[in-house]
Design a protein around this ligand. Structure first.
Ligand code: HPA
Length: 300
């Protein structure tokens, strides 16, 4: 196996706004289109990218200030094109804090998506299931989150061009989009839970006692990514829809060892459901385009 190491050569002393501008320029040079929707496809969930009518593919290494993706089963490229006729940009493979990158940097792509025009962000992630009714391979719509990552992508002197200092987080996940997703799932008989996602930094899975604690504080599932991306998306004014795929069941009193192969395997098993749901939503949006908000060109 070839180990890809985080790229230590890059200059991360440049202020976030300037980094964003440079990254936006690189993406626009490759794909000068305004996406309606941005997607982040996590562990074992890259299949949706195969459905995109590709107009451009950009490896993260070709975008200034984006770190390389080092996680297992995360390809590490932006796929730009059309999905059900809707212009989209998708991260095939996400960037995680556990790879050693600061959160403001793992979330830079989200700001790029907003700057090139995307107003809706769909986040998909592998998670451990804490709710005793959940089974491996189930999909959960993220209703809200509890971020226990001990870090925050907004820490540091806030640049008001990027968003407000004290971001409001009531309705972090868009209520209207969530209802729409539930309705589509019901209509098309796609099993879909709705619950609260907790996130820890990882990369290890949790102990029995940690799973017990997380369940007691109200979490239905636990992962290692989504909340920082949601925070940044809300900071730059995007609507967020989150889907969590249960890759392992985390019942503290019946916990067994689980490996990455099992996690990726169960994510793969759930992919057809998630894909069906995403395509049905995109299909809907292609017929009734969502209202476009204020132009984001001023940001660039
Ligand atoms: N814990 C945290 N993140 C995860 C898990 C888990 O059990 N499974 C998949 N992602």
């Amino acid at each position: 196996m070839q180990l890809r190491m985080p790229d230590a050569q890059r200059d991360f002393t440049v202020p976030p706004y300037e980094q964003l501008m440079a990254a936006v320029e690189a993406v626009r040079a490759a794909w000068d289109c305004r996406p309606q929707v941005a997607l982040v496809l996590g562990t074992g969930l890259g299949d949706v990218a195969r459905e995109i009518e590709v107009e451009s593919i950009l490896p993260y290494e070709q975008i200034p200030y984006l770190p390389s993706s080092t996680a297992v089963s995360h390809v590490g490229q932006l796929v730009c094109g059309r999905l059900c006729g809707v212009p989209v940009v998708a991260m095939e493979g996400r960037l995680h804090a556990y790879e050693g990158y600061p959160l403001w940097q793992t979330t830079l792509p989200i700001r790029v998506f907003r700057a090139i025009g995307a107003e809706t962000l769909i986040l998909c992630s592998a998670v451990g299931g804490l709710n005793p009714l959940y089974r491996a391979g189930d999909v959960m719509l993220v209703d809200d989150h509890i971020c226990l990552m001990g870090d925050n992508p907004l820490i540091g002197l806030n640049d008001p061009r990027l968003g407000p200092t004290h971001l409001d987080m009531c309705d972090a996940y868009d209520r209207v989009l969530a209802e729409e997703a539930m309705q589509v799932a019901l209509r098309d008989r796609i099993p879909l839970h709705r619950g609260v996602l907790a996130a820890l930094r990882g990369p290890n899975l949790e102990t029995r006692s940690e799973y017990r604690l997380l369940r007691r504080i109200g979490a239905d599932a636990v992962g290692m990514s989504m909340p920082p991306e949601t925070i940044v998306a809300r900071h730059c004014g995007m609507k967020v829809l989150g889907f969590a795929v249960v890759t392992n069941v985390c019942l503290p009193d019946r916990l067994g060892p689980v490996g990455i192969d099992e996690i990726v395997g169960n994510a793969n098993r759930a992919q057809p459901y998630l894909k069906q749901l995403l395509l049905a939503l995109l299909q809907r949006w292609s017929q009734t385009p969502q209202p476009q908000g204020a132009s984001v060109v001023s940001l660039v």
